[in-house]
Design a protein around this ligand. Sequence first.
Ligand SMILES: Cc1cc2nc3c(=O)[nH]c(=O)nc-3n(C[C@H](O)[C@H](O)[C@H](O)COP(=O)(O)OP(=O)(O)OC[C@H]3O[C@@H](n4cnc5c(N)ncnc54)[C@H](O)[C@@H]3O)c2cc1C
Length: 373
Amino acid sequence: MGNQIGIVGGGIGGLTAAIALRHLGREVTVYEKAPEFGRVGADINLTPNSVHALDELGVGAVIRESAARPTYRISRTWDTGEETSRLEMSDAAENRYGAPQLTIHRADLLSALEAALPATAVRLDHRLVGLRQRPGAGVQLRFANGADIEVDVAIGADGIHSGVRTALFGQEHPVFTGVVAYRAVVPTERVDVPNLEAFTKWWGPDPETQIVTFPLNRGRDTFIFATTPQDSWTEESWTTPGDVEELRAMYAHFHPEARALLDACDSVLKSALYVRDPLPHWSVGSATLLGDAAHPMMPFMAQGAAMSIEDAVVLARALAEHQDVTQALKAYEAARLPRASKVQLGSRDNTWLKTSADADWVYAYDAWATPLS
Ligand SMILES: Cc1cc2nc3c(=O)[nH]c(=O)nc-3n(C[C@H](O)[C@H](O)[C@H](O)COP(=O)(O)OP(=O)(O)OC[C@H]3O[C@@H](n4cnc5c(N)ncnc54)[C@H](O)[C@@H]3O)c2cc1C
């Protein structure tokens, strides 16, 4: 295998893959389209499977400094407030899975990952506009700034609108699910509601309607994520402003404790949820995909970031263990595709932990130990 590994996309998956590859002795460069890393986005939910993966990379201690550590994962019914399941998430999860659940601002997680890499490993302002590979040769990456770079292995970690995925598998047309999501952050001291130190999901009258709340910034803030059906939508984005009055009206019939949180919101972001079917393969020649580029998923299992972190570790292990790129990418896909597809489809169903408290198949996964063929 040649030495040049190029990762397109410096998000959570791309940066984790770069750290893991360097940890295993490989040189790698990340090409990120943004001119700088800004404070974009809000919550990221890191379940024990992903915290454990990051701990091995030495990033865990840094993220614990700003993350919150939810005490429980509680399911409640939207109108009566009845509790239908409760899973211990803090010390109990740490004992059971070797790591706790953490909830963290996306920007704080990205800063921790960025700090674990030398500045020379990340090239900002590199937006991929073309990818070409010839049999037996490397992968040619073309960027909007005019740079033309050949790598031996190309990893598409460029998110839900992945240009690498389009280059490898053709243009797709994701389907609007008929569900929109609201995201808001409120200072915790402003609301007098019990259990704000827990991750709570208020299950609505239909599978599309729910309110999820959990602590952020070590509990100083509470994050709110609410979904509801809507007939049409035109843009798939994380950053479109929404209307707080509309938000409150949508959940006017919910339990007063859920409504109290919405009453405390000053602003809200609104996004549409789109769906794509699992791909049968992620790799072509010496190029592959990870994270949202490979398996964009609905947020109902809160596994988007976790799956990209797991992918990153397993891909780095496969590339470190196999000299032959094709073999490495085959081993990576065999280890990761079935699990990620199962979570992608499970996230669509939105029944995860509604009444059951058995989370082991997701949270007990060990990306450092899962067998590689
Ligand atoms: C701006 C933004 C805000 C988000 N906010 C939230 C949030 O609040 N809550 C939440 O749960 N999830 C959020 N997400 C999604 C979440 O981070 C991902 O679902 C998850 O972490 C999977 O990570 P990923 O690395 O696969 O993709 P992402 O984290 O989406 O990373 C993809 C990276 O690729 C870069 N990129 C895209 N196209 C190109 C290109 N052509 N050339 C070079 N680089 C490119 C992007 O700028 C981005 O840095 C957000 C994602 C983005 C991009």
